[in-house]
Design a protein around this ligand. Structure first.
Ligand SMILES: Nc1ncnc2c1ncn2[C@@H]1O[C@H](COP(=O)(O)OP(=O)(O)OP(=O)(O)O)[C@@H](O)[C@H]1O
Length: 489
């Protein structure tokens, strides 16, 4: 039986010694790829004279393609292993689960920020996002079960241990049951955490874990008290979802909306420290301007708009509106078809017949539409919303949207986001009590047609002194509201 110190030395040594081996294997694979390409260049002459030669030539091409595909796959697997080995070197794992599956099958699983499989395909370290790691975070002990690949796996949790590790030095090992009073959590919270946010993988708490791993709903809305780890768990959830969808999503399929650019800097580096790339991250304002340009709109102001009202208006029957050019299509629709249905049909028809305007904004007479609705003027933001819904526009590259500080978004924003991201998964976190002015809308109201859930984060983990984020959010505003002073006091 190895002691924990010996085990750490073994793992550290394995990682340390496999890194140069992996580096060499990658160089070799690259060379193999180049050699195949060279060979293909030489065999470039396609012999297609007789049927037999044609079959031969195509079979060769197919075989070469398969070889290149296999090389590419091996290359990306090796690359991932190398990246993980480097990432794990300073802290190979943070916890151990002692599990008993049946009488003869006892396992000790070590959990790390990412997983690692050694040269002999042994699972040395399990990814914290692996299904079995749920047993650690949900504080399960004794006879219990976990879900993996749609199956329920019975298991007995015999022990749960936490480690503090610095490269090959084991600084502490603690048997633990209750997460909230864990010495590791207290030690982490006592650290002076200023400047940048850090990942919290080793000390994720029960209610935070529920939020991070929530997979039953398309829209997950969490309200949490100040310092309950909303931003931290939002980032952990991004990493979790990237792992769940590792075969179909990339970081560029994720959009993270942050309140301002300083905030973006504050959270930068958290996802790379978890082995993931930074996602697309921007403020709502910038996002809207970019989206507007796609439709030919400029300088969109989010003040004084009518989006909520318009979301009702587009359901009005199209016939009552002064949009004469819709007539040809209207004739084919039921007389009480809504503007939404009619316009979407027209837009499709314009696409099919190659008649769409170069800039979508030039499509409709916004002035007469405004008159029909007895609105003095449709703003650029109104028009953007209308174009999104009337052209049935989808941002198909975005699979998941993450929104922080949701209390500061208004009803119009939710109306637009709900219309735009009809198929994407949404994770929304905020604290209604931290709204700078006015009352936060009830976000769930905007996602009634989607499967959604609302969660609560009720424990605060902000350590004394870790006030960086307050400074960022309240910059320029605290003197006006006086609220910053109150909260710190
Ligand atoms: N499980 C945890 N383990 C260790 N530290 C944690 C944990 N949860 C939160 N923290 C720490 O608590 C502090 C507050 O976290 P965070 O900024 O994510 O909270 P928040 O709810 O988004 O705050 P705010 O209310 O200001 O928006 C951070 O320093 C974070 O690292």
């Amino acid at each position: 039986m190895h002691t924990e110190k010996e085990h750490l030395h073994f793992i550290y040594h394995t990682l340390h010694s496999e890194i140069p081996v992996l580096e060499k294997q990658l160089i070799q694979l690259k060379q193999d790829g180049l050699n195949i390409k060279k060979q293909l260049g030489k065999d470039g002459h396609l012999n297609l004279e007789t049927l037999a030669e044609k079959i031969d030539t195509f079979a060769n091409i197919e075989a070469n393609n398969r070889q290149i595909d296999a090389l590419n796959l091996s290359y990306s697997i090796l690359q991932k292993r190398l990246k993980n080995a480097r990432l794990l070197l300073p802290q190979a794992y943070f916890a151990k689960l002692s599990l008993k599956f049946d009488e003869d099958d006892q396992n000790q699983l070590y959990l790390g920020k990412v997983g690692y499989v050694d040269q002999h395909t042994n699972d040395l370290i399990y990814d914290w996002r692996a299904p079995v790691a749920e047993l650690y975070y949900s504080n399960k002990a004794g006879a219990t079960s976990y879900a993996a690949n749609g199956r329920t796996i019975p298991v007995t949790v015999q022990a749960r241990e936490q480690f503090v590790i610095d490269h090959d030095r084991l600084l502490s090992a603690t048997m633990t049951q209750m997460a909230v009073t864990d010495p590791l959590l207290l030690a982490v919270l006592a650290e002076n955490r200023t400047g940048h946010l850090k990942e919290i993988t080793a000390t994720i708490q029960g209610e935070q874990n529920t939020f991070i791993r929530e997979s039953d709903h398309a829209v997950v809305i969490a309200n949490g008290v100040a310092g309950s780890g909303k931003t931290s768990v939002l980032l952990q959830r991004i990493a979790y979802q990237l792992y769940q969808h590792r075969y179909d999503w990339q970081a560029e399929n994720i959009l993270l909306l942050t309140p301002n650019l300083t905030f973006k800097t504050y959270i930068q580096g958290v996802l790379p420290s978890l082995g993931e790339q930074e996602p697309l991250s921007t403020t709502y304002q910038t996002f809207i301007q970019q989206l507007g340009r796609h439709f030919g709109l400029n300088q969109i102001s989010t003040q004084n708009n009518h989006l909520e009202q318009l979301s009702q208006k587009v359901q009005d029957p199209a016939v009552t509106l002064k949009l004469s050019f819709l007539q040809a299509v209207l004739n084919q629709l039921s007389p009480d078809a809504s503007l939404l249905t009619a316009a979407q049909n027209v837009w499709r028809w314009l696409g099919a017949t190659g008649q769409r305007p170069e800039k979508p904004v030039d499509w409709l007479d916004w002035q007469s539409l405004a008159q029909s609705w007895q609105i003095t003027e449709l703003t650029q933001y109104d028009i953007l919303y209308l174009l999104i819904v009337l052209t049935n526009y989808r941002q198909t590259n975005i699979q998941a949207v993450f929104i922080d500080e949701s209390q500061d978004y208004d009803a119009d924003t939710w109306t637009l986001l709900a219309a735009l991201f009809v198929h994407a998964e949404l994770t929304i976190v905020g604290d209604r009590d931290q709204r700078l002015a006015g009352v936060s809308p009830n976000i769930a109201d905007y996602f009634q047609t989607r499967s959604h859930t609302q969660l609560q984060l009720s424990t605060s983990y902000r350590a004394t002194g870790a006030i960086t984020k307050y400074f960022i959010r309240y910059a320029n505003l605290w003197s006006q509201t006086g609220r910053f002073v109150q909260e710190l006091g």
